[in-house]
Design a protein around this ligand. Sequence first.
Ligand SMILES: Cc1cc2nc3c(=O)[nH]c(=O)nc-3n(C[C@H](O)[C@H](O)[C@H](O)COP(=O)(O)OP(=O)(O)OC[C@H]3O[C@@H](n4cnc5c(N)ncnc54)[C@H](O)[C@@H]3O)c2cc1C
Ligand code: SF4
Ligand code: SF4
Length: 515
Amino acid sequence: MESPVLGDKSAESGAPNPALLLYWTAAMVPLLVFGGLLGFAIVCVLISAGITGLKKRMQAKRLSNAKRKLLIHSINDDRCTGCEACITVCPTDVLELDGTKSRVARMSDCIQCEQCVSACPTTALVMHYEGTKAPPIRMPQLDDYYQASPGLYLIGEAAGKPLVKNASNLGRVVVEHMLKTGLRANSSGNGQVDVLIVGSGPGGLSAALSCVQRGLSYALIEKDELVAATIARWPKGKECMAEPYDVKCVGLLPVFDSGKDELLAAWRTILDKQRIHVSTRETVEDVQRDTRGWFNVKTNKQVYSAQRVIMAIGTRGKPRKLGVGGEHLAKVTSLLTDAADHRGQRVLVVGGGDSAVEAAIALSETAQRVTLSYRGKQLSRCKAKNRQKLDEVVKAGRVVLRYATNVAEIKADTVTLKAGEQYETIANDHVFVCIGGDAPVKWLESVGVKFIEQPHMFSRPPTDKLVEKLIGPVAATAGGNDAAVMIDPADFGASELEEQRTVIRFPVEKVRRIA
Ligand SMILES: Cc1cc2nc3c(=O)[nH]c(=O)nc-3n(C[C@H](O)[C@H](O)[C@H](O)COP(=O)(O)OP(=O)(O)OC[C@H]3O[C@@H](n4cnc5c(N)ncnc54)[C@H](O)[C@@H]3O)c2cc1C
Ligand code: SF4
Ligand code: SF4
């Protein structure tokens, strides 16, 4: 095609040639559009890169700010038992005991190692960055009197209020609250009771004593073969520390500083005197409300109908597993009941908390060889007293302590420990896996208990004050030598006792007392 410029007369005259103009315009438009788009794309890429860079710089700044910030302590007094574990483990003497509560005394000496956090057995002490909130804790949603829903109570350790004395006080609180809110004795026998109590720990036993005192019929169901199974299975010779020391024991089940056996003996005397019936080896599986507002409580043996239900089930739940071969063997258990049963044996204890350490100490008296295997590099989760006793038995060569080890395999007569890439197989007759248990949260949710996050510092009022709020001032329940004689059957009203006995008809073989 011929160019419009050649032989164009208008070009010679200096006037713009319309054809030429049209030609250039047609040629430039796509170029201009393409250029515009390219420019736009480049600008977009530059903006996005700028934003990303800015974000990264801000994040880096935030991180470095956070790094520069101090980790500070939050201590929940409600859960602090004054065990001193955090104080003992602190390398720079930052913490000290104020009465029975841990306190930060010299923060300027804190090297931010967080050993105190790992040492605290009750999660009372946590650390978090200055200017941020302490992490929340998940707890059952309960009203001031431990009701999860009208007539359904959750007490003791399962309610997030640990310790034996609190459990005893709460057993009394909930029965008094039931009476205050309209419960009247009204059961006709044949599996019908005023109050059904799940669990025969201090919470459940105390509640049963209060039921008897107040003329209410009850059924006390215990899944274990032993009454007060958690405490009955504390290691032999274990001391009960009657914490919290600033709270009175006002539950009808006395709690005082003593050896476990002394405490259980005092309880046995009182339970015998009041003819407290415990249906052992019976597990409560379901709790549902019926159309009258009563509860149908299904166990592995029968269905009960109850006006009120107290869940005093503790938190032992399901013991945690190691997840290694041979764990199913009969010689692998989670609780030490009596060290004498393991006389002359070669025993492995796994864990780094109080129950593992107490088991190892007790076994050191009877077993031929005790090995304590802990995956951590130091025992920081156990009470100072236990740590001290363990040091003594390790020094005396009665316990072999293996830090930073994991169980690799369990066989009928050996166990293999792994430390890094090294394996060690040792002769073995029994393994105690004391690595705690998973709280029965799911089961509680299935029976209508809601769980919510609470601030770390959340605490419920002292349990003795709660009893007094309901029934006025009460004297502390006698402890020590007085405990066994403290409750006079006359105080409970003989006629009410008679009524109690006719209402509860447990088959004789189901009725067990602390043995
Ligand atoms: C080794 C060790 C040492 C401790 N030392 C101390 C101490 O020195 N001082 C102190 O104050 N506290 C101590 N504690 C804590 C104390 O044992 C608990 O806080 C206390 O026992 C809680 O009482 P509870 O009634 O809430 O529950 P628990 O005593 O745990 O009783 C719950 C009962 O419910 C039963 N149960 C559970 N589910 C069911 C079901 N579905 N059906 C029927 N029965 C069921 C269980 O078998 C158990 O017998 C220690 C705990 C351990 C493990
Ligand atoms: S963080 Fe370390 S130094 Fe600071 S109080 Fe806790 S244990 Fe002591
Ligand atoms: S370790 Fe926990 S429970 Fe024990 S004194 Fe310290 S804060 Fe309290």
